[in-house]
Design a protein around this ligand. Structure first.
Ligand code: ADP
Ligand code: MG
Length: 456
C-alpha cells in the first residue's frame, strides 16, 4: 500500500482519540478493531472485518472519520471503509436491509442493522427472559424452533434490539441464508412502490425468496387493507415452505386494531412473547452495559441512582448516559453521584411537564384530529369535536401543571367541573377501548416530540 509517509497504527490511535473528543456518543468499543491500511490517493483506507460494523461505518460515520482524519493529519483526506478482502471469494450469509432494494420507487425507509444490537449487549431480566430465549433459539434453528416468533411490548423495551440480534446471529451461524430485515413501513413503501410501478411479480419474487423475514413494528399494518392482503400471501408462502418469520409489535396479535382475523390467527400460531418494562436491577445492569459499550465510566452508585430516577423505558436510560457523558466531557469532570444528581435529579420526571404548554397540546390535538382550533375552543357539542376537546383537557392535566380552572379557561372558558368530567370520561374510554388508548399514546408521542424530551 502506498502510504504517503503515515504510520498506520499511530494514525489509528490519533483518529480514535480525535473521534472520542469530537463525537463521544458515536464512539463504540469495537472501533478499536478497525485497521488503518494506509493512505493512498488522498484517501485513508480503513478495514473492519465484521460486515454489520462495516456497513454501519459506511453509512453513518464517513463524515466524522473524514473530519477527524483531516484534523489529525492537517490534510484534506477522504475515508473509505473496506471489509474482509478475501470475502468476495467465499459465499457468506447475505443480509439485505431496506436500503438495498431495487424495486420501483426508492424506498423512503433505509433501515440499517445496528452493530450495537446483538445478543451480547442484551441484558436479560424477568421481563424479557422468554422473548430473549425464543430469539436465540430462532437464530440458531430458523424455521424449526418457533415459527412465527412474535415479540410484543411497549416502546423502548428492546424489540428492535432483539430482532436485529436474531439477524446478526443467524447471519453468523448460517452461511448462506438469505435474511431480510425491514420495518413494516419499509415493507409497505416497497409494496406501494411496486404497485405503482406495475412490478408486483418482482416484489413477490423478492419477498418470497427469503429464508428468514424479520419485520419490525408489524402493528403498522393496522388499517392498511391492501398491504395486509399482500402480506398475508407472503406470510403463507414463506411459512408453508418452512421459512422463518419474526415479527415485533406494540401489542399482541389480537389487540392490533383493524388487523384481519386471518392474520391475527397466523401471527399467534407460533410463539408470542412479550417484553415487559425492566425492574430496578435490570435497569442498573442495562445502564452499566450501555456505559461500558460507549467507554463511559459509570460507578455502581451512579448507575443505581439513575436507575432509581428513570423507569419509563430504556431509551431514557441511554439518554441519561449521553447527557452525563456530554456534561462530564464539557466540564472535564468525572461522572460522580453529585454530578448525576445535578444532571438527572428531580428534573427527570418533571422536565416535560415543565416544558409543555397548553398551546402545544392544542396544536397537537388540532393536527391529529384535523379540526380547527376555533372549533376546539368553541361551544360546539358534536362528538367529532367534544372527544378531541376532552382529550386535550386530559393531556393538559397530565402534561402541565395548570389547575382544572386554568385548563378550563384555556379550553374556551369552561369551568373546572367540565374539565373534571372530561378527564374522567377519557379515563373510562381509555380503559375500555384499546384503539382509543393507542390514539392517545400517539398524540402523546407527538407532543413529546414537539416539546423535546429530557435527556435527548
Ligand atoms: P423497541 O424496539 O422495543 O421500541 P429498542 O429495541 O429500540 O426498543 O430499544 C431501545 C433501546 O434500549 C435500544 O438502544 C436498546 O439497545 C436498549 N435496550 C432495550 N432492551 C435492552 C436490554 N434488555 N438490554 C440492553 N439494552 C436494551
Ligand atoms: Mg423498535
Amino acid at each position: 500500500m502506498v502510504n504517503d509517509s503515515f504510520d498506520n497504527s499511530m494514525l489509528k490511535s490519533d483518529l480514535l482519540a480525535m473521534l472520542q473528543a469530537e463525537h463521544p456518543t458515536m464512539c463504540r468499543r469495537w472501533f478499536d478493531d478497525i485497521r488503518v491500511l494506509g493512505v493512498t490517493g488522498g484517501v485513508i483506507l480503513i478495514q473492519i472485518m465484521e460486515p454489520v460494523q462495516l456497513k454501519y461505518l459506511q453509512r453513518c460515520c464517513v463524515q466524522q472519520f473524514a473530519d477527524a482524519a483531516q484534523s489529525v493529519t492537517g490534510r484534506l483526506l477522504g475515508v473509505r471503509f473496506v471489509g474482509d478482502e478475501s470475502e468476495e471469494t467465499q459465499p457468506s450469509a447475505r443480509l439485505v436491509s431496506g436500503d438495498s432494494v431495487v424495486l420501483g420507487a426508492a424506498p423512503e425507509e433505509d433501515m440499517l442493522i445496528s452493530p450495537d444490537y446483538n445478543f451480547d449487549s442484551f441484558v436479560i431480566g424477568p421481563g424479557n427472559r422468554l422473548a430473549h430465549a425464543a430469539a436465540t433459539a430462532v437464530s440458531s434453528r430458523p424455521g424449526q424452533a418457533y415459527n412465527p416468533l412474535f415479540i410484543h411490548g411497549g416502546v423502548g423495551l428492546g424489540k428492535t434490539h432483539l430482532l436485529q440480534s436474531i439477524c446478526q446471529t443467524a447471519m453468523r451461524l448460517h452461511g448462506s441464508m438469505k435474511i431480510y430485515y425491514v420495518s413494516c413501513n419499509g415493507f409497505m413503501t416497497q409494496f406501494l412502490g411496486a404497485v405503482q410501478a406495475g412490478e408486483m411479480s418482482l416484489f413477490r419474487n423478492k419477498f418470497r425468496a427469503f429464508d428468514m423475514l424479520v419485520i419490525d413494528d408489524i402493528h403498522d399494518l393496522s388499517k392498511r387493507d391492501q398491504t395486509q392482503e399482500e402480506f398475508f400471501h407472503t406470510f403463507n408462502t414463506l411459512f408453508q415452505s418452512g421459512k422463518q418469520i419474526v415479527l415485533s409489535s406494540d401489542a399482541p396479535p389480537g389487540e392490533i386494531p383493524y388487523l384481519e382475523e386471518r392474520l391475527i390467527s397466523r401471527f399467534g400460531c407460533g410463539l408470542v412473547a412479550s417484553v415487559d418494562p425492566p425492574g430496578f436491577e435490570t435497569r442498573v445492569a442495562i445502564l452499566t452495559q450501555k456505559a461500558k459499550m460507549r467507554g463511559v465510566e459509570l460507578s455502581d452508585d451512579v448507575a443505581s441512582y439513575v436507575a432509581s430516577q428513570l423507569d419509563a423505558n430504556i431509551r431514557q436510560l441511554e439518554g441519561a448516559i449521553t447527557k452525563l457523558q456530554g456534561v462530564a466531557m464539557l466540564d472535564q469532570v468525572e461522572i460522580t453521584l453529585a454530578l448525576a444528581k445535578q444532571v438527572i435529579g428531580g428534573r427527570a420526571v418533571s422536565e416535560q411537564v415543565k416544558n409543555t404548554s397548553i398551546q402545544d397540546i392544542l396544536d397537537c390535538i388540532s393536527g391529529f384530529y384535523d379540526i380547527k382550533l376555533t372549533d376546539l375552543l368553541s361551544k360546539k357539542r358534536h362528538k367529532s369535536i367534544t372527544v378531541p376537546r376532552q382529550v386535550g383537557m386530559w393531556l393538559s392535566r397530565k402534561h402541565t401543571r395548570f389547575s382544572l380552572e386554568e385548563i378550563g379557561g384555556y379550553f374556551g372558558g369552561r369551568d373546572h367541573t367540565t374539565v373534571m368530567h372530561a378527564i374522567k370520561s377519557i379515563d373510562t374510554k381509555r380503559g375500555a377501548d384499546d384503539f382509543f388508548q393507542r390514539e392517545i399514546t400517539t398524540i402523546e408521542a407527538q407532543l413529546s416530540d414537539k416539546v423535546g424530551r429530557i435527556a435527548r
